[in-house]
Design a protein around this ligand. Structure first.
Ligand code: 5U1
Length: 667
């Protein structure tokens, strides 16, 4: 049956529209229609293709998951070898590279294209007359595996390029990866399905690309960024690498936004520092920065050695994962009595610092990871995050290594350890009898965001408690210069300064004071809300569980903790003594300075600041920050890679703000 003209025309329109929406969604990250609308268009095209199979073209948007499972991957010979990169592990090594480049080119300085080095898998995509016809892994650089069917399932890889001047043959090279969020979701699902979670995003991406059934690959959150071209024929490209990338972007390929042209070694160092600082906030894993001589004629004259070009280098970040040995597992007691197992480690340099401890969170976590004393483990330290044990290298475990169990009695005070059913955390039942809890409570009280007592560091608190100079926070205000000056690493001047700082801290705010008390589950945001709602401390202290729950953000558990805290006679006495010592604050006017009161916000995607910080700031301005989008939502704040909340906001017609617009609103 021949295809009626109108049907062919409609199929063509749908092709174009769907490619465009795909590009907007996955490459530009700026969709203009809802998921539902996209699905409707796709279904319309599928229906047409079912009725008229002649319409099915290899680049049809319906053909992403078309291929049947195969038995093995075919081989692909790279006509232009896929090179790898030399590494520089220090500023000095980067300097050596730049010097070699300049010497060979006989110039003082060159322009470099600076790009993040994604921790994924290099792939080659062949576009013939703008249509994706083949995709291959790097393999040994000369021969790779044919992974076309799998790559077709990756939504950010266009099946057809758009725009003008596309070479008849264009081989694009880039990195397939999985974002942090994709990885989290993937592992949540794996655990739910009773499967072993993936070790890291790179392994997950590699495993996903090497699936013989493309349907499995399609279900994996793979993404792609391109970083260059290989073979090209029948069309000219610009003469600078950075301009080629712009051209690729024009043709709808996904190119990272933050790629820059920098000048000379200094430009490289500045870009490296910038990316290093931004690393923790990026939505994907990077392990360094790639610098490439920008001018292609200069690249040509530099050539390459062995498997790497002389015109490019990867300046690697300090490794975030390293291997070391667990020398012991200690148990720390926190402010609220929570027992935290901590792995003591043979010192290892990771993420730019020497690490000797890693948190094991709680007993269940130790058992889940099966960490035992003597084990060889992989440690991870990313950004400012507390180092943690990623996994144990079981094959290296000594026979008979005993399983770890939390003690039945507090290692600090001997009180019974209790674990409420359904809770992951076990706690010491000693309360303020336990010196560890007292120490931690005092450290919290003195901390910057609480009473902000300058000069009262952790080590000093340890000494003060150990030498029984203080028993609770109210004793701090009775300390005398002479007592403090006699302590280790203290002198007359530092002791005088501390007494002054204590004096200064007496003038505070109600919300800081409530936060400083260290009531379970009462963080800064809740403290602020309580101060706002009750206006003064006596009203809060007199509130029962029902009164507390009238406050919007206070649920039954938090209300119980607050009420129990103020019912405890010891706590009331300490508060009394603090007030007696002169701690004071201004009365809070309910509703003051809360321009966003009554507004509900939802945050989605990756922001340049921690999400918790924006949440705090919104709450400080009186807004409510909810976890999901509903008709009651006033604004959705969308960062990079927003999730389904973004789509829902679009569907419900809720105002969407980017981070800058939200900050402007806060001003
Ligand atoms: N960003 C980026 N990653 N990466 C990896 N660029 C880049 N270039 C590469 C590789 C292997 O190779 C070319 C310099 C040949």
């Amino acid at each position: 049956m021949s295809v009626p003209k109108a049907v062919r025309q409609r199929a063509g329109e749908l092709h174009r529209e769907l490619h465009e929406h795909n590009y907007r969604y996955y490459v530009l990250d700026a969709p203009v229609i809802t998921d539902a609308e996209y699905d409707r268009l796709l279904r319309e095209l599928q229906d047409l293709e079912v009725r008229y199979p002649e319409l099915i073209a290899p680049d049809s948007p319906t053909q992403r998951v078309g291929a049947a499972p195969s038995k093995a991957f075919g081989e692909v010979r790279h006509e232009q070898r896929m090179l790898s990169l030399d590494n520089a592990f220090s500023d000095a090594e980067l300097g050596d590279f730049d010097r070699r480049v300049c010497e060979r080119l006989e110039v003082d300085a060159v322009d470099y294209a600076a790009e993040p080095k994604l921790d994924g898998l290099a792939v080659s995509l062949l576009y013939e007359h703008g249509v994706l016809t083949r995709a291959a892994t790097r393999g040994d650089g000369v021969t790779g595996e044919d992974i076309t069917a799998n790559v077709r399932t990756i939504a950010s890889i266009p099946l057809r390029l758009a725009g003008r001047g596309i070479p008849a043959i264009l081989e694009v090279r880039g990195e397939v990866y999985i974002s942090h969020r994709g990885f989290e979701r993937l592992n949540l699902q794996a655990v739910k399905d009773g499967q072993k979670p993936f070790v890291n995003p790179r392994n997950a991406a590699a495993g996903s690309l090497r699936q013989l059934d493309p349907k499995v690959t399609a279900a994996r959150p793979l993404e792609f960024y391109c970083y260059g071209v290989g073979r090209t024929e029948g069309g000219a490209l610009p003469e600078r690498h950075s301009e080629i990338l712009v051209r690729l972007r024009d043709w709808h390929l996904r190119v990272y936004d933050g790629i820059e042209r920098v000048h000379g070694l200094q430009g490289c160092q500045a870009y490296y520092r910038k990316l290093e600082a931004a690393r923790a906030t990026l939505p994907f894993e990077i392990d360094g920065v790639v610098f490439k001589v920008d001018r292609l004629d200069q690249q040509d004259s530099l050539g390459f050695v062995a498997r790497a070009p002389r015109w490019a280098i990867a300046r690697k970040f300090p490794a975030q994962e390293e291997q070391t040995r667990v020398t012991g597992i200690d148990v720390q007691v926190g402010r609220t009595g929570a027992l935290t197992p901590v792995a003591r480690l043979e010192p290892v340099f990771v993420g730019g610092v020497t690490v000797t401890n890693a948190t094991l969170h709680n007993e269940d976590e130790v058992h889940r990871k099966d960490v035992r004393v003597g084990d060889t483990v992989i440690i991870r330290r990313a950004g400012d995050v507390i180092p943690e044990v990623v996994r144990v290298l079981r094959e290296q475990r000594a026979r008979g290594a005993p399983v770890f169990h939390l003690p039945k009695h507090c290692p600090e005070c001997g009180s019974a350890v209790e674990r409420v059913e359904g809770e992951a955390v076990a706690r010491c039942s000693g309360g303020l009898f336990c010196p560890a809890q007292r120490r931690e409570a005092i450290k919290h009280f003195a901390s910057r965001r609480a009473m902000d007592i300058d000069g009262l560091g952790d080590k000093l608190v340890d000494q003060l408690v150990e030498q029984e100079l203080i028993h609770d926070v109210s004793d701090l205000y009775r300390l005398e210069v002479e007592q403090i000056a006699g302590l280790e690493r203290m002198a007359q001047k530092s002791a005088t300064n501390l007494v002054k700082a204590l004096e200064k801290s007496k003038a505070t705010t109600l919300e800081r004071f409530i936060y400083a008390l260290g009531i379970r589950e009462v963080g800064e945001a809740t403290a602020r809300i309580l101060a706002e709602a009750f206006g003064d401390l006596d009203a809060l202290m007199g509130a029962d569980v029902e009164d507390l729950q009238v406050v919007h953000e206070v649920g039954p558990v938090v209300a119980q903790h607050i009420s129990a805290f103020f019912r405890e006679p010891h706590n009331r006495e300490v508060i009394q003594r603090l007030r007696g010592a002169g701690l004071h604050w201004q009365a809070v006017e309910p509703g003051a300075a809360r321009p966003l009161a009554g507004r509900t916000f939802v945050i989605t995607g990756t922001l340049s600041m921690p999400r918790s910080e924006l949440k705090e700031r919104l709450q400080a301005a009186g807004a409510r920050v909810a976890g999901s989008v509903s008709k009651q939502t006033d604004y959705v704040v969308a960062g990079a890679e927003p999730g389904s909340k973004y789509d829902k906001a679009l569907a419900l017609g809720i105002e969407i703000l980017d981070e800058a617009a939200c900050l402007a609103l806060l001003k």
